[in-house]
Design a protein around this ligand. Structure first.
Ligand code: FPP
Length: 296
C-alpha cells in the first residue's frame, strides 16, 4: 500500500476507524479520518473514540484559576488570564472533532456578589478583550456564539461587545459556543417560571398556563440547546455549583484534577473517552439485565 502514497502524504494510523481510500491527482492513497488540526497526542486519543457516540453537548465548569496562580506566586488575575488560553484550545479542539454544542461556565451570579470588585472588574475587561480577540478564531472554526445568564446586569460596555460578537458569528453553522455569564441555575428556573406566567398572561390569561417538562425547557435560557451529555469540572472539586441544574439531570459527570489554566484539547478528549466508557441508563436497566428480565 505504501507504494501508492505520494511522498508528502502523512499517514496516521487510527486503529478504531477504517482508513478511507481517496483518489486524487497524485494517485490513490490512504487517509485516516482524523480531523485536521489535532496534535499527535489528541489524534492518539481521538483514534480510540467511537465517532458515532461523541457527546452532542459538553458543559464545562472551569475552575482552579486562583490555585494555578497561587502555586506560582502570581496574583489571582494571572490565573484568569491564563484561563483564556485554555478556552481557546478547548473551543478549537471541540469544534475540530465535531462537537455540536459547548457551554462554558465563565462567571456565576455568586462570583459577582462574593469576589472583590477589583477581580470582578478585571474579569469583565478580560471577557470584553476575549470577545474582541477571538472573533477571527471563532470564524475560522465556524463557531456561533451565544450567552446564558442575567445578561442585562452586566456592565453596558460588556453587553455591547457581547452583542457585537454574537452578531458577527451569527451566520456560522458549526459548533454553538455558549458562555454562561452572571449565571445561576436557580435564577434561571425563577426566570423560566416568570416567563411562563408572562407568556400565559399575554396569551389568554393564566388559566391557560400549562406546566410540564417541555414547557419549562422551552422557557429556560438554554432553549436553543439539547441537554448536556457530559459535564466536565476541572481542579478536582465534586460540585455542580448551581450550574445547569435542570439540564444536567442525566449528564455524565467527569471531574479532572487538572487546573483550568492547564486544561487543553487532550484533557477534553480524555473526558470524552471516559464518557464513552460509561453506560447511560436514564433510570432503566443495562442491556444484560433487561434481556435477562425479559427471559425470566
Ligand atoms: C474559577 O476559578 C474561574 C472563574 C471564576 C472565572 C473563569 C474565567 C476564565 C476561565 C477566563 C475568562 C473566560 C472567558 C470566556 C473569557 P477560581 O478563581 O474560582 O479558582 P480557585 O477556585 O482556584 O480560586
Amino acid at each position: 500500500m505504501a507504494g501508492f502514497l505520494p511522498a508528502r502524504a502523512r499517514v496516521v494510523h487510527c486503529n478504531s476507524l477504517p482508513p478511507v481510500l481517496v483518489s486524487g491527482t497524485e494517485g490513490v492513497f490512504l487517509q485516516a479520518t482524523i480531523p485536521a488540526g489535532l496534535d499527535a497526542k489528541e489524534a492518539e486519543i481521538f483514534c480510540q473514540l467511537d465517532p458515532a457516540r461523541l457527546p452532542k453537548h459538553i458543559a464545562i465548569i472551569m475552575d482552579g484559576n486562583g490555585r494555578w496562580a497561587r502555586k506560582r506566586h502570581f496574583p489571582r488575575v494571572a490565573g484568569h488570564r491564563a484561563g483564556v488560553t485554555s478556552v481557546r484550545y478547548t473551543v478549537e479542539t471541540a469544534s475540530r472533532i465535531g462537537i455540536p454544542s459547548l457551554t462554558l461556565y465563565a462567571f456565576s451570579e455568586e462570583n459577582w456578589k462574593r469576589r472583590p470588585k477589583t477581580e470582578v472588574d478585571f474579569l469583565m475587561r478580560l471577557l470584553s478583550q476575549y470577545l474582541k480577540q477571538e472573533v477571527p478564531t471563532l470564524h475560522k472554526n465556524n463557531v456561533r456564539l451565544q450567552y446564558i445568564g442575567r445578561l442585562h446586569e452586566l456592565p453596558t460596555f460588556v453587553q455591547e461587545r457581547m452583542d457585537w460578537a454574537r452578531r458577527e458569528t451569527s451566520r456560522n453553522t458549526g459548533m454553538i459556543l455558549t458562555l454562561a455569564l452572571n449565571y445561576s441555575a436557580r435564577s434561571e428556573l425563577v426566570d423560566a417560571f416568570q416567563s411562563m406566567l408572562h407568556a400565559a398572561a399575554s396569551n389568554g390569561g393564566i388559566e391557560h398556563l400549562k406546566i410540564d417538562e417541555e414547557a419549562i425547557t422551552r422557557h429556560l435560557y438554554t432553549c436553543h440547546l439539547p441537554d448536556p451529555d457530559l459535564v466536565i469540572r476541572t481542579s478536582g472539586e465534586m460540585r455542580l455549583s448551581n450550574f445547569l441544574l435542570w439540564q444536567l439531570a442525566y449528564a455524565e459527570i467527569y471531574v479532572t484534577p487538572t487546573l483550568w489554566p492547564e486544561f487543553r484539547g487532550v484533557h477534553l478528549l480524555e473526558g470524552i473517552a471516559e464518557y464513552q466508557k460509561r453506560e447511560r441508563r436514564y433510570g432503566g436497566l443495562n442491556e444484560g439485565h433487561s434481556s435477562r428480565a425479559l427471559r425470566s
